[in-house]
Design a protein around this ligand. Structure first.
Ligand SMILES: Cc1cc2nc3c(=O)[nH]c(=O)nc-3n(C[C@H](O)[C@H](O)[C@H](O)COP(=O)(O)O)c2cc1C
Length: 325
C-alpha cells in the first residue's frame, strides 16, 4: 500500500496536497475540514499589509473631526493596525493548537511596510513557516527590470534576516529571466518557492461600460506554465518547489511531482468542489502509485524533470513547429 508522506521545508507532510492561501483558510472551521480530509499542510489566508495600512488610515480620517492632536491620530492608527494583526495572530495560535498538520502563515506585503514586524510575531505564535506573497506589476516605464529584480531581492533578504522559520516566496511567472531569479532567491536562503501565484485580472464589463476585476477560471492553460517551470528548475535548485495554479485534480498533482515538485497547493478546486476533493485526490494518487508499483512519493518525484530527460528540449519548446496535434 502506497504512502503519501513527503517533506516540504523540512516539515513532515502526510500528503503532498496543501490548501493554498485564500479566505477558505481564514477560519478554524475550514482548517479543520481540510485536515479531516487529509490535507498535508495549510497556508493561512494572507495578512494584507496594504489593507491594514488603508484601514488604519481610513479610521484616522473618519475620526478627524474630533481628533485634534497628532498623538491621538498615531494612537488610533496604531490601534487599528493592531486589531487586524491580533486577529490574524489568534488564527495562527488557534490553528496551531487545534491542528496536527503544519500551519504556514502568509503575508501579502509591499516593499516599504512594517510586515517584517508581523512576520516576527507569526513566528513567535508558532507558525511552522512563512509564505510571502509579493508581486510588482512592472507598469512604471521609468523603472528598469534590474531595479524590479533588486526590489524583490531586498524584500527576500529582509525577510530572511527577520525570521528563523522556513521562508517561502510565492511568485508570479513574469520575470525577464525567471531561472536567474530562482537561483538568486535560493542564494538568499529562502527554503521554498511557490510557482506560481495566479492573480486577479482586470476586464471590461460591456453592459455597464466599466472596468471590473475578475478571478479567471482555471484550466489546463493555467497549470502548464507551472509544470514547465517545475520541470526546468527542480533538479537545478535545492529550494523546495511547491506547485500552484490550476491544480484541478489528482492527475495534475501527479504530473507536478513527476516534474519535481515537493507538493502542490489547491485553492480553486476546493472552492468548486468542497473539501472532499482533497481526500478524493489523495485516494486517486494512492491508486495511481499502486498501479505503477510505487510505495512512496520519493520513488517518482522528479522522474521527468528536465535534467533526467533524454529529450530535455521538450520542456523548453515554445513555438508550434513539430508539435503533435
Ligand atoms: C478567492 C481567492 C482568494 C485568494 N486569496 C489569496 C490570499 O489571501 N493570499 C495568497 O497568497 N493567495 C491568494 N489567492 C491565490 C491562491 O492561493 C492561488 O495561488 C491561486 O488561486 C492559484 O491556485 P488555484 O488555481 O488552485 O486557484 C486567492 C485565490 C482566490 C481564488
Amino acid at each position: 500500500m502506497s504512502n503519501l508522506n513527503t517533506k516540504y521545508l523540512n516539515l513532515d507532510l502526510r500528503s503532498p496536497i496543501l490548501m493554498g492561501s485564500s479566505p477558505l483558510t481564514g477560519t478554524l472551521e475550514n482548517l479543520r475540514k481540510a485536515e479531516d480530509n487529509g490535507v498535508g499542510a495549510v497556508v493561512l489566508r494572507s495578512l494584507f499589509e496594504e489593507l491594514i495600512v488603508n484601514e488604519a488610515r481610513s479610521a484616522v480620517e473618519s475620526a478627524s473631526d474630533y481628533l485634534n492632536f497628532s498623538d491621538a491620530e498615531n494612537f488610533l492608527e496604531g490601534a487599528s493596525k493592531n486589531f487586524f494583526i491580533d486577529k490574524y495572530l489568534r488564527l495562527v495560535q488557534d490553528a496551531k493548537k487545534s491542528l496536527d498538520i503544519p500551519v504556514i502563515a502568509s503575508i501579502c506585503c509591499n516593499t516599504h511596510g512594517t510586515w517584517v514586524d508581523y512576520a516576527q510575531r507569526f513566528e513567535a505564535c508558532g507558525a511552522d513557516a512563512l509564505e510571502l506573497n509579493y508581486f510588482i506589476l512592472a507598469s512604471d516605464s521609468s523603472v528598469t527590470g534590474q531595479q524590479v529584480d533588486k526590489t524583490y531581492m531586498n524584500l527576500v533578504k529582509a525577510a530572511r534576516k527577520a525570521v528563523g522559520i522556513p521562508l517561502v516566496l510565492k511568485i508570479g511567472v513574469q520575470f525577464s529571466s525567471l531561472s536567474h531569479m530562482i537561483h538568486a532567491f535560493a542564494s538568499t536562503g529562502v527554503d521554498g518557492l511557490v510557482l506560481f501565484n495566479h492573480f486577479v485580472r482586470p476586464d471590461i464589463d460591456l453592459e455597464n461600460v466599466q472596468v471590473e476585476t475578475r478571478i479567471v477560471p482555471r484550466g489546463m492553460a493555467d497549470y502548464s506554465e507551472t509544470l514547465r517551470w517545475i520541470a526546468l528548475m527542480s533538479a537545478e535548485t535545492d529550494v523546495d518547489l511547491c506547485a500552484s495554479t490550476g491544480i484541478s485534480d489528482s492527475s495534475v498533482v501527479l504530473k507536478m511531482i513527476l516534474a519535481g515538485a515537493r507538493c502542490a497547493q489547491l485553492t480553486s478546486a476546493v472552492y468548486q468542489h468542497g473539501f472532499g476533493v482533497i481526500s478524493t485526490m489523495n485516494n486517486e494518487i494512492s491508486q495511481w502509485m499502486d498501479s505503477h508499483g510505487y510505495t512512496g512519493i520519493d520513488q517518482f518525484r522528479g522522474l521527468l524533470a528536465q535534467e533526467r530527460m533524454k529529450h530535455p528540449e521538450n520542456w523548453e519548446r515554445a513555438q508550434y513547429m513539430k508539435i503533435k496535434s
